[in-house]
Design a protein around this ligand. Structure first.
Ligand code: UDP
Length: 335
């Protein structure tokens, strides 16, 4: 099969590309390197079943050609990270909404399967965990920039599902829950890489808010396998499916866990949300996926333990510091 991955030089995209190439598929990556990095795909460049284009989705002619060549389109290109979203809301909304629209429009002309990545953010302030895919989305007011990410992704979902209903374009919507692992950068505010980096440097681990908010962290290998299995399942077409791990931990406990597993002497400090993000910032207190639907459709659910995930992320940063080729190591450990 021939896959087009938008955002293919990103953290998740590069792992997905690697997995598909390993199983013998052909992969075309399209990435404008806004948050992705050529480093993420350097180790894949020698594979003759891989092509990459450093360009924008807005290049309609290129997009049409790439869609034409592909059997399946995986749309991962998006604005990522709460920090980025709070700082650049216009870019977030435009990237997420316009990008998805262009992909769906191009795919529809050729009726190519599209898997589009959404986010657990769409559940917003709903407190009724675990979140089932048919749960209400409870977003905060439009005056709070954070919710623009969830709202833009929810609109992407509506659009994708409408293309399926109205135009019979086969689509799958995957709602990803806090995907983590080697190659994820802390640059866009994600908690695990930031905690692990601080712990390894023995500098302060900064917990935002009370630290009582919780998350479930999913290893990128599990996320990748979930996405591939969904694309391989005809029954997933027209569906919205959570992809996440169900092991829940508070951010405060995560700070202590990371400190312990990395044998770090870092102090753990608390920073109010107002200071970490923006005045009046609202967080999601709990975010736990129901993976019943994923399991029913694919026979798979994410299983990598948090301890293993922390160790893998720590090993990645350690090797990076030591100048070891971390991408090859990450690839080997994904086998
Ligand atoms: N967080 C934190 N310290 C950091 C980065 C994030 O305490 O250095 C918190 C953040 O406020 C949130 C949780 O960790 O409650 C997860 O943040 P992340 O940005 O990784 O993902 P989110 O689940 O918010 O999309």
């Amino acid at each position: 099969m021939h896959y087009l991955i938008t955002g293919g030089a990103g953290f998740i995209g590069s792992h997905l590309a690697e997995w598909l190439l390993d199983r013998g598929d052909r992969v075309i990556l399209l990435d404008n390197l806004s948050t992705g990095s050529i480093e993420n795909i350097r180790h894949l460049k020698s594979c003759d079943r891989m092509q990459y284009h450093l360009d924008n989705i807005e290049n309609r002619q290129l997009l049409a050609e790439l869609v034409d060549d592909a059997d399946v389109i995986v749309h991962l290109a998006a604005a990522v990270g709460v920090k980025l979203i709070v700082e650049s809301p216009v870019k977030t909304i435009e990237t997420n909404v316009n990008g998805t629209q262009l992909i769906l429009e191009a795919a529809c002309k050729k009726k190519k399967l599209v898997l589009t990545a959404s986010t657990s953010e769409v559940y917003g302030k709903n407190t009724n965990v675990p979140f089932r895919e048919d749960a209400d989305l409870v977003l905060g007011p439009t005056t709070k920039g954070r919710w623009s990410y969830a709202a833009s992704k929810a609109l992407d979902e509506f659009l994708a599902l409408s293309y399926w209903k109205e135009k019979k374009l086969p689509v799958i919507v995957a709602r990803l829950f806090n995907t983590v692992g080697p190659r994820q950068t802390g640059r866009y505010g994600m908690v695990l890489p930031n905690f692990v980096k601080s712990a390894l440097e023995h500098s302060a681990i900064t917990v935002y808010g009370s630290g009582k908010q919780s998350r479930c962290f999913c290893d990128v290998r599990d996320t990748t396998e979930g996405l591939i299995r969904l694309m391989d399942s005809r029954r997933a077409i027209g569906e919205v499916v959570n992809v996440g791990n169900t092991e829940e931990i508070t951010i405060e406990d995560l700070a202590y866990r990371v400190k312990e597993r990395t044998c770090s002497s870092s102090p753990i400090e608390y920073i109010p949300y107002d200071q970490a993000y923006e005045p009046g910032f609202e967080d999601m207190m709990r975010r736990v996926p129901s993976v019943e639907k994923l399991y029913a459709l694919t026979g798979f659910c994410p299983h990598t333990s948090l301890n293993e995930i922390i160790d893998r992320v720590a090993a990645f940063f350690q090797q990076k510091t030591e100048g070891i080729d971390t991408h090859r190591v990450a690839a080997a450990s994904a086998d």
